[in-house]
Ligand binder design. Structure first.
Ligand code: NAP
Length: 454
């Protein structure tokens, strides 16, 4: 894929970039290695000062950076500005909590003294996706830098300006020894970087094929990998739920980021006794959404990030309809230019149709009906993915059955699934392994050293 900023609302190419050559990559790896010697020796307080300054700069620049996000990948600008602000919150969160999360932990043993120490590993490579071009990077980089590691970013090829802007923010905030470097490279250049002995670990957020490839390269070189991959999250509405709130949140949860979020609700599993009412209100709400210019603050849904994503979503919808699914609304491209696709709702979907089995990365909702809790859990788990789940019920016994029965990394009750620096984020099954955020995230890329004093 060429490294280029192409406005998804217009198709206009804004800037193109040459990929780094081998000599430039070698220079970056050498800089990362010396930067690690600097950052690991810094105190938590020194790292925290830089991380707090990073937060300040993000807040100062959030409008310009938000606009840049929108122009490169099409997210509505209000959401893009909020994304930058969330990165600032997370920088502050780790500035405050990293030292406590990584403090020596005494352990009672037969030794005179024994404890666990958390030490940084070194340069960590992050292979990141375009859908949250700032948030995905910061939720890796803030804990990694606070732990004393250094970061190498290979960002998605369609968001190079975001990638460079992030590097600039860290540098301007005082990470001036190349503790964070953006490498403008193609995916075929990732293997040799993982294989380099100076790089100690890799984290990838993206699709299953990319995750499988990167994890197998990491395994070959005996290196730690964290994978945050796709999802087909269920959104379950039971009889006792507040239907108005459930419908309003269902729409929001499906169209977040123009439908291109790993934790967007994709499969809506509704108790059969309220399914007709839910369907009617949900379809009407999806039809009333404003699709259009993502730079207009009143827009609900902007363009999909690339023409390929529109082709993929169109093919998934068409194949599902051909297999017998009912198209309740949408199912077509919109506009004369740009990557626009109509909010779409499908029902009565055969179990093996793409809208039931695959991740739909666009504004396409799949509706299912369930007789009871057991059937709702069965449908929820009938997917290769296990990222998140949202359940709507006020019945405590039902809640407990869903919490225990759903095989995902997170279950949200009467709320939409969201990431938050205070709680761990990650998946089961094909959604990946490892965790980001909270204490779990910062401990992914550290050496857990046992110290035993006899
Ligand atoms: P993608 O095609 O897998 O790309 C993600 C990143 O991986 C990009 O930087 C890409 O580089 C790189 N890449 C692709 N193939 C690679 C390979 N064989 N070796 C090394 N690097 C490779 O995914 P995407 O379409 O950008 O992102 C959407 C996917 O990410 C969805 O499945 C979504 O659910 C998932 N996602 C998951 C989470 C989570 O936290 N679980 C969060 C956000 C998104 P190029 O751009 O140069 O190809």
């Amino acid at each position: 894929m060429a490294i280029a900023s192409i406005n998804p609302a217009t198709g206009e190419t804004i800037r193109t970039f040459e990929a780094l050559d081998d000599a430039a990559i070698e220079a970056s790896l050498a800089r990362a290695s010396s930067a690690f010697r600097v950052n690991r020796e810094r105190s938590f307080a020194e790292r925290a000062t830089r991380m707090r300054r990073t937060a300040e700069l993000l807040e100062l620049r959030k409008n310009d950076l938000g606009r840049l996000i929108t122009i490169e990948m099409g997210k509505p600008v209000k959401a893009a500005v909020s994304e930058v602000a969330k990165c600032a919150t997370t920088c502050r969160y780790y500035a405050e909590h990293a030292e406590g999360y990584l403090a020596d932990e005494p352990v009672k043993t037969d030794a005179k003294e024994s404890f666990i120490r958390y030490e940084p590993l070194g340069p960590v490579l992050a292979v990141m996706p375009w859908n949250f071009p700032f948030w995905q990077v910061f939720r890796f980089a803030a804990p990694a830098l606070m732990a004393g590691n250094v970061a190498l970013l290979k960002h998605a090829s369609n968001v190079p300006q975001c990638a460079l802007a992030i590097e600039e923010v860290f540098r301007d905030a005082g990470f001036t020894d190349h503790e964070f470097q953006t490498l403008l490279i193609g995916s075929q250049q990732v293997e040799s970087i993982i294989g380099d002995e100076r790089v100690r670990a890799v984290t990838l957020t993206g699709s299953e094929p990319a995750g499988a490839s990167v994890a197998s390269i990491a395994a070959k070189h005996i290196k730690k990998a964290v994978l945050e991959l796709g999802g087909s999250d269920p959104f379950i509405v039971m009889l006792s739920a507040n239907l108005d709130e459930a419908v309003a949140t269902a729409v929001k949860a499906r169209i977040v980021n123009n439908g291109q979020s790993c934790i967007a609700a994709k499969r809506f599993i509704i108790h059969e006794s309220i399914a007709d009412a839910f369907e009617k209100r949900f379809v009407s709400a999806m039809e009333s959404l404003k699709v259009g210019d993502p730079l207009d603050e009143s827009t609900d849904i902007g363009p999909l990030a690339t023409p390929q994503i529109v082709d993929d979503i169109e093919s998934q919808v068409n194949q599902s309809v051909a297999a017998g699914a009912h198209l309740l609304t949408g199912g077509k491209r919109l506009g004369a230019r740009g990557n626009f696709y109509a909010p779409t709702v499908l029902a009565q979907i055969p179990y093996d149709a793409p809208a039931a089995r695959e991740e739909t990365f666009g504004p396409v909702a799949s509706l299912f009906r369930a007789r009871d809790v057991d059937e709702a859990i069965r449908i929820a788990n009938d997917t290769p993915f296990g990222l998140g789940a949202s359940v709507w019920t006020i019945d405590r016994a039902e809640m407990d059955r869903f919490i225990a029965g759903i095989d995902t990394g997170q279950v949200f009750i009467n709320a939409m699934v969201a990431s938050d620096p205070r709680v761990p984020f990650g998946g089961t099954k094909h959604s990946g392994f490892g965790r980001e955020l909270s204490a779990y995230g910062i401990r992914e890329f550290v050496n857990v050293k046992t110290v035993w004093v006899g």
